[in-house]
Design a protein around this ligand. Sequence first.
Ligand SMILES: C[S@@+](CC[C@H](N)C(=O)[O-])C[C@H]1O[C@@H](n2cnc3c(N)ncnc32)[C@H](O)[C@@H]1O
Length: 267
Amino acid sequence: MARDRRDTYYWRAKDEGYRSRAAYKLFQINEKHEVIKEGDTIVDLGAAPGGWLEVAKKISGGKIVGVDLRRIKEIEGVETIKGDITSDETIKKIIEMVGEGGADVVICDAAPNLSGNWSLDHARSIDLTTSALECAKKILKPKGHFIVKVFQGDMFKEYMDKVRESFTFTRAFSPKASRQESAEIYVIGKKLLTAPLKIDDKFDVTIKKIGSKGNGIAFVEDFVVFMQDEVKKGENVRIKIVDVKPEFAFAIVIGRYDEELKENNEE
Ligand SMILES: C[S@@+](CC[C@H](N)C(=O)[O-])C[C@H]1O[C@@H](n2cnc3c(N)ncnc32)[C@H](O)[C@@H]1O
């Protein structure tokens, strides 16, 4: 059989001893986006036959846990769970295996059984990736990273927005090793947000101090929020969150209670 261009990665996987050609997708995603680093604890959702597990082990050398509906043949230094990633029972098992500290990275190349009906397959993929995102949020450390395969379609943007709500940086990426005709794309979420607030949340706060750059600073459950509008120390304001970073957020002022109070007293 000719080694045609389409099968380059198939043959490379055979030559280099990886269990799947998918292994090169993870290498390429990591080369571009630097998600996995040495020593990371990694959970792979939908991991059989185990190409990604081999790559994760090679790059990280840390604790690696693989989960799949199918049994994963043993890989040295990798722990495996036979289970459904959409079930709470499996998530409990993963947490027990990973430990209280949580995982540094959750990767998910899971794919539903394809029917050939485009919109049905897209909907099934979105269901599965939504479960993977929920699972990742439960098992990741604060500021942990997430890689997930999605089949593109009309619900893709909505899914990206969901990932964007939970991570500081979100990108979509097609590795060269994905087949040209494939509808798959990988979504990368970096730095899981664990802030007690999210974009568009509204709070009543008191400006506690003015920062070195002149921005007013308030706190929501000890989380620092910088005001984008001019405020005075001690002012009571209603704010709307407009951007969230891992350690602080930005807000605009949508109401000034002291002025309302003053106006009411003057009437
Ligand atoms: C494309 S393969 C993964 C290939 C793997 N990344 C590799 O490099 O070897 C997709 C896997 O997702 C698994 N899968 C699909 N739905 C799942 C679910 N609900 N729970 C666990 N695994 C699932 C399938 O059994 C299949 O083995």
